[in-house]
Write a protein that binds this ligand. Structure first.
Ligand code: SF4
Ligand code: ZN
Length: 737
């Protein structure tokens, strides 16, 4: 440990602890010790205290205890002459710093100085954590970087973060140098910053960096299933982060006006906190390096790295495996651009939406009908289009392959959205004949052409589906008459496919499919995917799993024989049970596909919806991720999710995919759809079309209007009252348990 860093970090920790104590003293003076303190929408209290102290902070008074512990961790400030060979004291100061920063940040919510304002986002809710953190543990995002400071020019800032976005690395930002923060530089350059673009500005003060670490701590608790509470748990959470969450801290020493500034004591102290998680620090200014490895898998601190090398050095340092996409188009490409929008002011041209006909269709062909790599544009190119106008668009992809099956068409077609969205400056929404596409002025200026849609699709389909696709060709239509004619043909194909899938039942097939993708963070969880019950994340239907098995027989999906039927109504089969026992590492021996009360499927954490029993109503509610309000069981989605995730079986509560709601097999063991008492309004609207078809087939179409929403009831009493008023059939059903 370099003595200079140790000194600076310990000095910084002292300063941070003093400030937190002062903030706390003022808050208690104003509100009293019993005043509640909490971050919004989390079941993990103040996660840093929970992690390091096993403490569940709920009141300002509790924070006094936290700060006393922080004090104990502070070492004496060494004089610069003293050589400190061990990390220990610095690391402890780092922990004290994080506790102090968690105190300071949480007090902001008490004081009403909302940290989420302007470009800054403040604390990350559990909901977003589940959605995004999963990508870090399952490898879709190779890691995250927490950037503190600013670059010399705005141009440097943009180049740096584009580099991270192209590599799918999540970027957290907090702190400034001499008043300049990189997030502000990006804002000046009109860069969209939010979770969808992988750019998350936490706060201008360095204390905001604690949100990156409380995010990391909660990731381990949520996805690693580690119960916090004692020293051993803390050790495991930190280890989990070191091994699974590939993160690093980037300290930028420039203040954005050209004069290099020194890294402040507080930044050193915060970095020392991050080193506890195994996150190394990389800096662009010459600060003392700490090269020997120990806590981190690699060096703890490397410094003086030039900005244009900093990403590759960071990647080396953290041992990240990065796949840089090589797509021959003139704009950057990567998952970080997937969620970016193109606003009207930045739009060059658009297609579809409510303006014109537009569709995309992928079809299987014979090998000799497809010329691999051929891309053709029928109709005007971008150069012939007028700025601000809307044009028709038809994207027709033809694939051929010896292993390809007709059923895979829709599986591949559904990926077109993701493939196209990942191009910087291109917005894509929807699928089939309801797509809406925009090309930004920037993309146009860089030379993006209609033909590039074809380039993207040819490259990505080859890359991701090389086991089943041998040849791909793409024709992009922008000609009005052609699109008008072809969209009708496409519609006929879609409805044919729907009829086929909708008509498929669990009895029709010999094999179901398993999905063990989520075992990377919920080690005992297995999804059994059947034609009538898709994976609980909503992303894997039986057909998807089948295609995925064909593409990679050693991947996360494999066929599972049903064997003898044990109970058709509950959905249990002999061979499936045996399979589950092996794959859940002996934790489960029985499973009922269509029951939520008796041996239901386990839940990993990425369920689209939760179905929960409402005992007072003798029925159930279904709530989805987007609903942040209170449900009639007195829990929000995130609280419910906290109770049922992690690969355990919780009778009365199941995670489900949205499509399962309209399945004929929907909790048939408990009496099916008649049990549905409540759903958020927007979810009800979303599933309306399919659910009504289902209910009509069962002769109970009138049930739909009897299902309550948050507008009718927010607690069990009001719900029962409503159900009685509308004469909901659930009140007549036999008791649920
Ligand atoms: Fe697979 Fe189930 Fe996880 Fe979805 S929730 S990825 S189906 S294991
Ligand atoms: Zn999952």
């Amino acid at each position: 440990m370099s003595k200079i860093i140790a000194t600076a970090a310990i000095r910084g920790a002292h300063a941070m602890v003093e400030r937190a104590e002062e903030d706390l003293r003022k808050a208690i003076e104003k509100h009293g010790k019993d005043h509640p303190v909490a971050y919004p929408s989390t079941a993990y209290y103040l996660p840093i205290m929970l992690l390091f102290l096993g403490q569940k902070v709920e009141k300002l008074g509790d924070l006094e205890e936290s700060m006393q512990e922080a004090r104990k961790l502070l070492g004496e400030i060494p004089s610069d002459e003293i050589w400190l060979p061990y990390l220990g004291e610095t690391l402890d100061s780092g922990v004290a710093t994080l506790i102090a920063e968690e105190t300071i940040e949480s007090l902001k919510y008490v004081n009403g100085s909302d940290p989420a304002s302007g470009i800054w986002l403040g604390f990350t809710s559990d909901n977003i954590l589940r959605l995004q953190g999963i990508k870090l543990v399952d490898g879709r995002m190779p890691g995250f970087v927490a950037i503190a400071g600013a670059t010399e020019s705005n141009e440097d800032a943009v180049a740096l973060i584009r580099g991270f976005q192209e590599r799918n690395i999540l970027v957290f930002m907090a702190g400034h140098t001499g008043g300049r923060a990189i997030a502000e530089q990006l804002a000046e350059e009109d860069i969209e910053m939010n979770w969808d673009t992988f750019l998350v500005p936490y706060g201008k003060e360095i204390t905001g960096a604690v949100h990156a670490l409380n995010f990391a701590a909660r990731s381990a608790m949520t996805f690693g299933g580690i119960e916090p509470g004692d020293m051993e748990a803390a050790r495991q959470i930190l280890l989990y982060n070191k091994e699974r969450v590939h993160a690093f801290v980037m300290a930028l020493g420039s203040d954005g006006v050209g004069d290099d500034q020194l890294i402040t004591d507080e930044k050193y102290a915060t970095a020392a906190g991050a080193i506890n998680f195994g996150f190394p620090v990389i800096a662009d200014v010459p600060i003392p390096q700490i090269l020997p490895t120990g806590i981190c898998t690699y060096e703890h601190v490397i410094s003086g790295i030039k900005l244009d090398e900093i990403i590759s050095r960071a990647i080396e340092l953290r041992g990240l495996t990065i796949k840089l996409e090589k797509i021959p188009i003139p704009v950057p490409y990567g998952a970080g651009f997937e969620g970016e929008r193109v606003r009207k002011e930045n739009m060059y041209v658009q297609f579809g939406g409510k303006y014109t006909d537009a569709f995309e269709l992928l079809r299987m062909k014979e090998l000799d009908e497809v010329e691999d790599g051929k891309i053709e544009v029928v109709g005007p190119e971008v150069d012939d289009m007028e700025e601000g106008k809307a044009y028709p668009l038809g994207i027709v992809v033809e694939v051929a392959g010896r292993q390809f099956e007709l059923d895979f068409e829709s599986v591949l077609e559904r990926r077109i959205h993701e493939f196209i969205s990942c191009a910087n400056g291109i917005f894509h929404m929807g699928q089939r004949a309801i797509i809406w596409v925009r090309i930004s002025k920037d993309a146009r200026a860089k030379g993006f052409k209609i033909k590039d849609f074809g380039e993207i699709l040819v490259a990505k389909i080859h890359e991701e589906f090389n086991k089943i696709v041998d040849r791909v060709q793409v024709t992009v239509y922008t000609d009005v008459d052609e699109v008008a004619k072809l969209v009708e043909e496409a519609r006929a194909v879609y409805s044919e496919r729907d009829d086929k899938i909708a008509g498929m039942t669990d009895e029709d097939v010999e094999d179901y499919y398993s999905c063990t993708l989520c075992q990377s963070y919920a080690p005992n969880h297995v999804c059994i995917v059947t034609p009538q019950r898709l994976g609980l994340c909503g992303a894997y239907t039986w057909l998807d799993c089948k295609a995925s098995y064909q593409i990679d027989p050693h991947g996360p999906n494999e066929p599972v024989q049903k064997g003898t039927v044990i109970d058709a109504e509950k959905g249990s089969w002999e061979t499936v049970n045996k399979y589950i026992e092996v794959k859940s590492n002996g934790n489960l021996t029985r499973f009922n596909a269509y029951s939520m009360m008796e041996d239901p499927m386990t839940s990993c954490g990425c369920f689209e919806c939760i179905a929960a029993i409402v005992p007072e109503a003798n029925g159930i509610l279904i709530v989805d991720r987007d609903f942040t309000g209170m449900t009639p069981v007195g829990m929000t989605f995130s609280t419910l999710a906290g109770q049922i995730g992690g690969g355990i079986k919780t009778p009365g509560f199941i995670g489900i995919g949205k499509l399962y709601i309209s399945s004929a097999k929907f909790i048939s063991a408990e009496g099916g759809h008649a049990r549905i008492a409540w759903m958020p309004k927007h979810l009800k609207e979303e599933v309306e079309e399919r659910l009504k078809v289902r209910l009509e087939a069962d002769g109970m179409l009138d049930l739909f209007d009897r299902i309550a929403t948050e507008e009718d009831a927010e607690d069990p009493d009001a719900l029962v009252e409503y159900l009685t008023k509308v004469n909901h059939p659930v009140l007549e059903m036999e008791p649920m348990f």
